[in-house]
Write a protein that binds this ligand. Structure first.
Ligand SMILES: [Zn+2]
Length: 292
């Protein structure tokens, strides 16, 4: 990943400001119009999202579903198909496997996924990759920049999906307030993007899995879960080594609460979920992402 991209994306967040974007509109406009007829992709969505999970998957940009504080570009049709298939394969079906049915996603997953082609750029050199609103809707940005590399996919999309879904689970069943005490005075609120020399490694030495985790306890919780399930055991152990004794002990103490919360409140073993996701990441090449 080049340094420019890294600089922009050290910071993943659900914050809002204003800004600009850079791509021209697709010649096949993906902005919805009331005359739109169902195409092949619409029928695929009905079969794979709406019928089994009761989730609406909106790839046409809808003005009243979009954040008008940003200059946004619609998701391209082909990229939307890739995202729909990958999201199902890497973010939704793993939960079906570990819970034993589609019921968990059907009951708790947001009822709408909305795709946006561009990122939402902030004035402070950060960009929004995803937002979750009131448990009902997840918006995923930056879809037109999709690349089929697992690390890239996790970094820009799927870590964000797991992060946002964690917020929704937390809103449904709260976690132990013991969690909030572990890094209690160390949370830095909106200064997170400038704290820790803007480096996750520095944040980790201070007990935070990422810079964004230091914003507040709820974000810390969602970062721990989403980074855990999208990374390998080797990555996690290296991270703990580099965090040093003090950083690692805080991260471990908080992660124990995250792990037990998922097991006791949702009957989901995060190790099993992580293994399932990794197995699937190794099989992305088997997916037909060009045809429906
Ligand atoms: Zn969050």
């Amino acid at each position: 990943m080049n340094r420019y991209l890294k600089y922009f994306t050290i910071i993943l967040a659900a914050v809002s400001f204003a800004s600009c974007a850079e791509r021209p509109l697709d010649t096949n406009s993906q902005i919805i119009d009331s005359q739109s007829r169902k195409n092949e992709f619409d029928r695929w969505i009905e079969k794979n999202y709406v019928d089994p999970y009761n989730i609406e998957f909106k790839y046409r940009m809808e003005r009243n579903e979009s954040d008008l504080n940003y200059w946004l570009v619609p998701a391209e049709y082909d990229k939307s198909i890739q995202m729909a298939k990958l999201m199902l394969f890497l973010c939704i079906e793993p939960y079906d496997d570990v819970t034993g049915s589609k019921e968990f996603i059907r009951s708790y997953y947001p009822k709408m996924i909305h795709l946006i082609g561009s990122a939402a750029y902030n004035n402070n050199n950060t960009m929004v990759l995803g937002t979750a609103e009131g448990g009902l809707k997840i918006t995923m940005y930056y879809v037109n920049s999709i690349q089929l590399d697992p690390e890239y996919l996790n970094y820009y999309y799927f870590k964000t999906m797991h992060h946002e879904f964690t917020h929704i689970l937390n809103q449904t069943k709260p976690y132990s307030t013991d969690f909030d005490m572990i890094s209690g005075p160390d949370y830095v609120a909106d200064s997170w993007s400038d704290a820790w020399d803007r480096q996750d490694g520095v944040a980790q030495k201070n007990g935070f899995i990422s810079t964004y985790a230091s914003k507040e306890a709820g974000e810390d919780f969602a970062e721990l879960l989403s980074i855990y399930v999208t990374h390998t055991e080797e990555y996690w152990n290296n991270m703990l080594n580099n965090a040093g004794e003090s950083g690692a002990s805080k991260i471990n103490a908080k992660f124990d609460i995250v792990y037990n919360y998922m097991l006791n409140s949702w009957n989901i073993d995060l190790d099993e979920l992580r293994d399932n996701i990794h197995d699937r990441q190794g099989r992305i090449g088997e997916l037909d992402l060009e045809n429906l």
